[in-house]
Ligand binder design. Sequence first.
Ligand SMILES: [Zn+2]
Length: 427
Amino acid sequence: MSFTYFGIIAQTCSSTLTIRFKQMPHHKYVGQYDANELPVMLPIYYTRHFPQNIFCRWLACGSSPQPLSNRELSFTLADDVYLRYLSISNQKEFLTLLQKKCPFKLDVGAVYNTKPSMGRHDGVVLARELVFDIDLTDYDEVRTCCQEAKVCEKCWKFMIIACNIIDKALKEDFGFQNILWVFSGRRGIHCWVSDYEARTLDTPGRGALADYLCLITGGENQYKKVHLGSDNLHSSIRRALQIIDKYFEQVLQDQEFFASTEGLKAFLKLIPDEALKAQTAKRLEKMPASSLERWQEFRSIYDNYCRENAGITRRLKYLIEEIKIQYCYPRLDVNVTKGFNHLLKSPFSIHPKTGKVSVVFKPKEAERMKLNEIPTIDSLLDDNSPESELHRKNMTKSVKNFQEVVFSLEKAEALRRRNDANVSLEF
Ligand SMILES: [Zn+2]
């Protein structure tokens, strides 16, 4: 296990939380989040800032037609004790439970046929939002600015691209409407799809959907991870490429993928044609290290090569697109999407290591979202904090975003129930 003294723990395991607490100094710097103060701050946060009412309404709609009390919640407590199979019947019970347990982290699970209980785990999962988990650590082989738990504005662009691509695909290719986007609290984003069809989708259906959205395949030893074939590109891929194109040159400049010797070597391995690869290597090695210039040069080498070798370039047809996708397309943790009862961090939970709130955001706002403007528990509670005003404003905006999704979900649920009632009357 490795960690930096005051920074972010690089690897997570069950004991890291306790280890970090022992190493934290016992005085607070101005504007510095101190995890030691969580036991004092959390009860105030849950009472004053956590949107309990909207949260329960969101859970209840996602639980329909089963009651809210059949939904599993799980808490991680201060000493890393993990409580699963908790449940609530209403907002009052939720507040009581929060005050009694003061969880450091809140997770949301599936809806069972019976009330989940710690004593017995034989419930059958009946519904569960379709979820996506995108984490920057899965971009470590492409991002050059940060690694592991670190994140900055440069690599955050990968999340903006991912969120826009997935959101559009879910709406336009699958017709889903009630989609919630949530900052994970540190280095990633979560997506919750609450439409009835998504919630009741079975495991093979979830698997097929995850595979449809997954274009990057293969483990560490496979260099080229994207293969688009040579037929016409699917509209979903074309749309994804349009989104990538909006950011590609900026990302190239930020990340300098091909500037280092290793970066260039990794890039050359993506070219499946030996002659084209040799030509590219010769030309790119001689020119300035700028990735943008190297990319533009490669495109002209590629165009010429395709013109001169019309007969053999079928398998190179989408090489440019394949490279863009390999560097920028969303890298999904497909097991989270495929699983029916995978627990996922709740919206508005606090990340115990950063103090950041898991805010709800709109995909079109993701571009303007600055990491240091995301509310932290200490600045929400401390009027003297320099970020206090901005963080509170952003918290209010985030709750409003959450409300919008919940209102739309409630409307859709009411309509669905009315239609169901009409259908049963007709029989
Ligand atoms: Zn970074």
